[in-house]
Design a protein around this ligand. Sequence first.
Ligand code: FES
Length: 158
Amino acid sequence: MLSQSALSRIDRELTKYPSDQKQSAVMSALAIAQDEHPHLTTEVLDAVAAYLGMAPIAVYEVATFYTMYDLEPVGKHKLCICTNLPCVLSGAGEAAAHLKKKLGIDFGGTTADGKFTLKEGECFGACGDAPVVLHNNKKMLVEMSPEKIDALLTELSR
Ligand code: FES
């Protein structure tokens, strides 16, 4: 369920914590698992739990709490926009509405061609650069005006 490469990466994360605190690496382990699976199925979550010696329910709790973990299939490009108050005060509401309109989907939706999934996120710690969009959990895009959103969608659609 988890490749040797993924297990090696998780092992590296485990070195950051005391050996009796393996569960501390659960967020990293889930991110690593998600790198090699399109989304986190129950089987993948169970494999992470088994590797870290955790109760599966404890892993499910983490995976269902954070928006960066995908428990359902997502599009090729997952765009997650922060809609917390500081960002909304700096235009995130308009940016989110623009994304929804351009993509023709609501939060949680995926375009019919499977290219884009739109999600709503919690504070990414970049409030001063709002509106903030996270692309596929890895790349943070800041000051996302409608013009920048249009340019991004054009670039990602190629
Ligand atoms: S509130 Fe949006 S990044 Fe902090």
